[in-house]
Design a protein around this ligand. Structure first.
Ligand code: GDP
Ligand code: NAG
Ligand code: NAG
Ligand code: MG
Length: 380
């Protein structure tokens, strides 16, 4: 689908206004933020931290639009949260409201134009303020909602983890809801990569019907409705990742999302080049093992660059390799979530989303170029 058409669709058809009468004001206040770092995977890692933070300091989390960088657009675009995810499951964990509803019904009452404060850890660059709207995606994000900031607050050295030391007390007293009904952050108040203790929050992220039905339709067409077995693979092999993986040549430490396989204390081993950017040899070998084990007829390929479809089809003649006909990262992840088994990239946060989602549904996932320690011990 043309991206502009998609944009139009997601904004006009998906978006259902809440009723004003449903909108009670939270006396504990709100948290608003721009998911201004990275693309989908990074944004979702940090989102989980922001969700925990909001619950920790007992404020309502305003569900941000997600920031995307479509080809041929000079600026970022902001996609409403509910285009991709259901709101109700998140409400089971903590108080949330959509950004559009917040701006329409709540902001006029608690966050009037002319009196909007933005929060940042410290001044950006040499400046004495947060420069909250300087550059892309910062400016386009806030402009999308007609937001300007009138005051800046540097909240450092407070952090986002409300269970750590006096952070919770700090947020609730120094920046009380009476003084600051809305805490608007220049970036996500959540760690990257997601903290280990927040990984479980993934289970509250459920795909919207819009995304899920696309994935279902694709799978049904493919297998004639019989839902035959299929393996999913994520190949994160674009030039940006190749370049990022250069870093691994000189460092064996955790990198990007790698705690998901190496462990948060690297208890499961060292970073390797094969983990970051697996060779064809590794891909062939590992896939061969998995295909034998699962006796699958189909392999679904998701990638940001090189799908290897021809090479893989030549190598594994009895298997059908398929991919989604459009470049649609969310549908790709959703389909991977439904596979009988997946192989993903340990360093990629896009892969990490897939892994967490599958874990939350007790589905198996493995990483390119990685053997869990326990497994190695068993084999010895
Ligand atoms: N359609 C599609 N896009 C992908 C895939 N893998 C990566 N991408 C794109 O590349 C971006 C990678 O950035 P990010 O999500 O932050 O993950 P990371 O860089 O791998 O940690 C994604 O957001 C997608 O836009 C894929 O399998 N399918
Ligand atoms: C701005 O908002 C704060 C907190 O709600 C309030 O105490 C203050 O009086 C407001 N200032 C102006 C100029 O409206
Ligand atoms: C996954 O397994 C755990 C532990 O056995 C169980 O409590 C949970 O309900 C399962 N979840 C799903 C979605 O099947
Ligand atoms: Mg990235």
């Amino acid at each position: 689908m043309n991206f502009l058409v998609f944009l139009f669709f997601s904004i006009t058809l998906i978006y259902k206004n809440a009723d004003a009468k449903d909108m009670n004001i939270d006396p504990n206040g709100y948290i608003v933020f721009c998911p201004c770092m990275g693309r989908f995977g990074n944004q979702m890692d940090q989102f989980l931290g922001a969700l925990a933070f909001a619950k920790g300091i007992e404020r309502t989390l305003v569900l941000p639009h997600l920031v995307e960088y479509p080809d041929r657009f000079s600026s970022s675009v902001q996609i409403p949260f509910q285009t991709y995810f259901k709101v109700e499951p998140l409400n089971e964990y903590t108080k949330v409201v959509l950004m559009d509803d917040f701006m329409k019904y709540i902001a006029p009452k608690v966050w009037p134009k002319g009196n909007r404060t933005v929060f940042c850890y410290m001044g950006r660059g040499d400046s004495k303020d947060c420069s909250a709207k300087d550059g892309n995606p910062f400016g386009p994000y806030w402009n999308n909602f007609g937001i300007d900031f009138d005051n800046d607050v540097f909240y450092g050295p407070l952090g986002y983890d409300p269970t750590f030391g006096n952070h919770k007390v700090g947020w609730m007293t120094k920046y009380s809801p009476e003084k600051y009904p809305v805490l608007a952050f220049t970036g996500a108040p959540g760690a990257f990569p997601v903290l280990e203790k927040h990984v479980f929050l993934q289970k509250y992220l459920k795909w919207s019907d819009f995304i899920d039905s696309k994935a279902e339709e694709f799978i049904n067409k493919l297998t004639g409705g019989s839902h035959e077995k299929f393996i999913g693979i994520h190949l994160r092999n674009g030039v940006d990742f190749k370049r990022a993986c250069e870093h691994v040549k000189t460092s064996k430490s955790n990198f990007f999302a790698s705690p998901q396989c190496l462990g948060y204390h690297q208890e499961n081993g060292e970073m390797t080049e094969e983990l970051c950017y697996p060779s064809e040899k590794t891909i062939f070998k590992q896939l061969d093992k998995v295909l034998k084990k699962y006796d699958a007829q189909y392999v679904f390929i998701a990638t940001d660059a090189e799908d290897m479809l021809v090479k893989l089809s030549k190598k594994f003649k009895h298997v059908k390799f398929i991919k989604y006909p459009e470049n649609n990262p969310h549908v790709d992840i959703c389909i991977l979530g439904k596979a009988d088994h997946t192989i993903v990239n340990c360093v990629s946060s896009f892969s990490a989303f897939i892994k967490r989602q599958r874990d939350s549904e007790n589905k198996t996932t493995e990483f390119w170029g990685f053997k869990a320690k326990k497994k190695i011990e068993q084999e010895l």
